[in-house]
Design a protein around this ligand. Structure first.
Ligand SMILES: *Cc1c(COP(=O)(O)O)cnc(C)c1O
Length: 392
């Protein structure tokens, strides 16, 4: 890989090689396979004595370019691109864990990841214990001789709890555990967990990395020896990212820094409107002074991100009235889109959690998650204001 430039430069200037056409913008390589010069080239390619592409389930110039960009952004040695964020999450676990292994996971994880832990992994005798990200003092008590991996997201969805990555990184190292961080909410622009001791970083590229609600994608980057296992698993089981998706996402990365900065600017404006509104009982945002882990957030994140959680008065009913009354904002479960999206987690993404589990991850009935988009913030605020006034 070439000399390290600044983040924005690498996001634009990391490109796969030009073809004979000397194109300025890298084309889409829609090909399932690649040809060999002769029998010796065929042998050498399969023996991995060169870096040639063989088959697009293994590698493709577009996926390689996308992975190389993410690696530079995250400070990672290597990576592999998956068809979706969940394929990356599952592929990472499946490649690295054996029957009998134990995972220590942060309690607040993406819904489908929670389903892996509770519904599927027990079938393969892989057990999971949840830990509280705000109580790392008791973390070591949970480690058993079978513990192999630590898994966490930060900030969490949708409670926006912040995990002390440096402290967890040190604990992982001390006990020789693989630390995997789902960095989807922060993006590599705002937070680079490897610098704090993570071994692997996962992204759902579907969210802010695409940022325009077009494609699904996932990626895992980090330590070469672990990525090698993940690559071999994926190459044999087939959850690979398509060249078209990789091309789309690689273009998206060119504007990641600009977009995420604007997302944060807009979120800050929406936040300052929300915090003074009488129908809002509480706001949660990593860079807000009232956030319980504000100091940690500022230590490990560049800015606060585009997601705000806030509690409206009137509980579940108040939340429903708010959701029903928005006109501009989208009612959707996605996040990190150009379009501002509102969700009421207690009745949608997190409706299957018990009351105790909801409270443990800071989800109250009237909690609204807003993923602030790139519309003009005054229009978003006008819409939010109108919807708050509809709460009776
Ligand atoms: C969306 C999301 C995922 C899953 O990604 P998909 O691309 O939808 O499969 C995983 N983790 C987090 C934190 C997410 O927000």
């Amino acid at each position: 890989m070439s000399q390290k430039n600044k983040f924005e430069t690498d996001a634009i200037r990391t490109q796969s090689e030009r073809t004979q056409h000397a194109e300025h913008s890298v084309p889409v390589y829609l090909t399932s396979s690649f040809v060999f010069d002769d029998a010796e080239d065929m042998r050498a390619s399969f023996a991995e004595e060169n870096e040639k592409n063989i088959y697009s389930r293994f590698t493709n110039p577009n996926t390689t370019e996308f992975v190389q960009k993410i690696c530079k952004m995250e400070g990672a040695a290597d990576g592999y691109a998956f068809a979706t964020g969940m394929a990356a999450v599952f592929g990472t676990f499946a490649a690295l864990l054996n029957s009998g292994d134990h995972i220590l996971s942060a309690r607040a994880v993406f819904g489908a990841t929670h389903a892996l832990f509770t519904k599927y992994f027990p079938k393969w005798n892989i057990s999971t214990t949840y830990f509280d990200v705000t109580d790392l003092d008791r973390f070591e008590e949970l480690i058993t001789p079978s513990t192999k991996m630590i898994y966490a997201e930060s900030p969490t969805n949708p409670g926006l709890q912040v995990l002390d990555l440096e402290r967890l990184g040190a604990l992982a190292k001390k006990h020789n555990l693989i630390l995997v961080v789902d960095n989807c909410f922060a993006t590599p622009y705002l937070q680079q967990p490897i610098a704090f001791g993570a071994d692997l970083v996962i992204h759902s590229a579907t969210k802010l990395i695409d940022g325009q609600g077009r494609v699904l994608g996932g990626v895992t980057v980090g330590r070469s020896d672990l990525i090698r296992e993940i690559y071999l698993f994926a190459r044999n089981t087939g959850p690979s990212m398509s060249p078209f998706t990789a091309w789309t996402l690689s273009k998206s990365l060119e504007t990641l820094a600009v977009r995420v900065d604007r997302h944060c600017d807009n979120a800050e404006q929406v936040l300052s409107f929300l915090e003074s509104h009488p129908a809002v009982e509480e706001v949660r945002y990593p860079f807000h002074a009232t956030h319980p882990q504000n100091e940690i957030a500022k230590k490990q994140m560049k800015r606060g991100g585009n997601i705000i959680a806030f509690q409206v008065k009137g509980g579940l009913e108040g939340g429903k009235q708010f959701i029903d009354a928005v006109k501009l904002c989208s009612r959707s479960s996605n996040l990190g889109d150009t379009r501002t999206i509102v969700t009421q987690p207690a009745l949608s993404t997190h409706s299957k959690l018990s009351e105790a589990d909801l409270l443990a991850v800071d989800i109250t009935d009237g909690l609204i998650r807003i993923s602030v988009g790139l519309e003009h913030p005054e229009d978003v605020i006008k819409d939010v204001k109108g919807a708050l006034e509809a709460i009776s």
